[in-house]
Design a protein. Structure first.
Length: 148
């Protein structure tokens, strides 16, 4: 495999671990997650993208940009960076069956309008020691470390 293929595999594996951890925590202790996770994956794309971006950064996969946009009166968030689109909540949409999406291109994500990018949100999460999202992320991260 090439270096690029190895990298994509590492990102896909980490994204899958994050998705599995969130699903496991929803069954085990939903109170430890933000209220946005109540109907996961619906309504949780923003927080999930931040958590995944922080996790990828801690694993040494680089920096990822938090992306958001509108599609048919719905909003959605995902990550982009290193030439990849990463999304572990797009399956909340009926026409997107994949739970873990990591690819260099996406017609689905390209269909969003009013796209906004934020390259600082993940870093703010990682340094926000008093923030409830920070505590939720650390809980998920601890869960990941003990279950992998």
């Amino acid at each position: 495999m090439s270096e690029r293929s190895d990298y994509i595999y590492k990102v896909r594996e980490a994204a899958g671990h994050m998705r599995t951890a969130i699903e496991g925590l929803m069954k085990a202790d939903l109170k430890k997650l933000p209220v946005s996770f109540e109907h996961f994956p619906a309504g949780a794309c923003g927080d999930t993208s931040l958590f995944l971006g922080a996790y990828l950064k801690e694993l040494g996969c680089g920096d990822f940009c938090y992306m958001s946009g509108d599609l048919d009166e719905c909003t959605h968030a995902w990550l982009e960076g290193a030439g990849l689109i990463i999304d572990i909540t797009a399956d909340q949409f009926n026409d997107f069956p994949q739970k873990v999406f990591v690819a260099e291109e996406s017609k689905f994500h390209g269909g969003f309008k009013n796209i906004d990018s934020d390259s600082e949100s993940v870093d703010l999460l990682l340094t926000g020691t008093g923030d409830s999202l920070f505590h939720s992320y650390k809980f998920i991260r601890s869960f990941l470390m003990h279950t992998l």
